[in-house]
Write a protein that binds this ligand. Structure first.
Ligand SMILES: [Zn+2]
Length: 271
């Protein structure tokens, strides 16, 4: 059995250049495990493929280096909506970012999207940097990893202005209505540990309704540790916990979930 973590951030483990950065802080709390250790623990849980997802320029460069060092790790380059303003204000940085798309192990663009829940960057800037990344992905024929939080009503009109976008809505926690919109556009749906501890029935009902051929699994490590491991740092190995939970919820075998989601991940990222 093989599982695939389509969304994790372990390229930041051991990095300490940004004391504000929550990702770096969490990895430090976990003792800054090496990529080798994280991958070995994941493999012991049958998690054998990893997409390291960038949220900013430097983070994307690190994702590429981590991918270069390991056979089963790939990289996605992205500017998170939280980081929109900093990047928009620096055209030279954006230019350097765009060049990363030609690196051999870069298999996606994102995470990018809109986050109106935190709104750490102005909405206009979030929309501009989203468009920039959509155009970059289309130019290089790369799929996209979208982060959309409390913002689908602005996200779809932008998305629909373009033809041929492929990708995944990561950390899906919405309801049947949003699921229908996603499926109508042939996107994949990424589910993670939130499913194991959510109290919202509508989220679980939607997770149950995702067609098997559209489903991919992720951790968002070091965030979103699934139950019953809440309170510890999330690692890619925890994909298995979410897979087991979903197998139960959906009435499918673990092997069925594992096979389908791993195959979907490979198809999504052209691996
Ligand atoms: Zn993420």
């Amino acid at each position: 059995m093989q599982l695939f973590d389509t969304h994790c951030h372990f390229q930041e483990s051991g990095c300490a250049d940004n004391p504000q950065d929550m990702t770096q802080k969490l990895w430090a709390k976990a003792g800054s495990p090496s990529s080798n250790d994280i991958i070995a623990r994941a493999q012991a849980s049958d998690v054998t493929g990893f997409m390291c997802v960038g949220c900013a320029y430097t983070d994307s460069v690190r994702a590429i280096s981590t991918a270069a060092a390991h056979d089963n790790v790939w990289a996605s380059i992205g500017i998170h909506p939280h980081e929109a303003k900093v990047h928009l204000d620096d055209p030279a940085l954006l230019e350097k970012f765009a060049i990363l798309a030609t690196e051999p192990k870069v298999k996606a663009v994102g995470e990018c999207g809109l986050d109106y829940y935190y709104e750490n960057s102005p909405r206009q800037d979030q929309q501009k940097i989203l468009r920039f990344q959509i155009e970059l992905a289309l130019k290089h024929n790369l799929p996209m990893i979208f982060h959309v939080r409390d913002a689908f009503e602005d996200f779809w009109p932008i998305f629909d202005q373009y033809q041929g976008i492929r990708g995944v809505i990561h950390s899906f926690t919405a309801t049947q209505k949003e699921l229908d919109e996603i499926l109508a556009r042939d996107l994949y749906v990424g589910l993670n540990g939130i499913m194991t501890f959510t109290k919202q029935e509508a989220q679980l009902a939607a997770a149950k309704a995702v067609p098997l051929d559209r489903l991919v699994l992720e951790t968002d490590a070091p965030f979103l540790t699934p139950a019953p491991y809440r309170g510890t740092i999330c690692e890619p190995k925890h994909v298995r916990t979410t897979a087991e939970f979903l197998a139960d919820l959906r009435g499918e075998s673990l092997a069925t979930i594992a096979n389908a989601t791993t195959q979907n991940a490979r198809k999504l990222f052209d691996l």
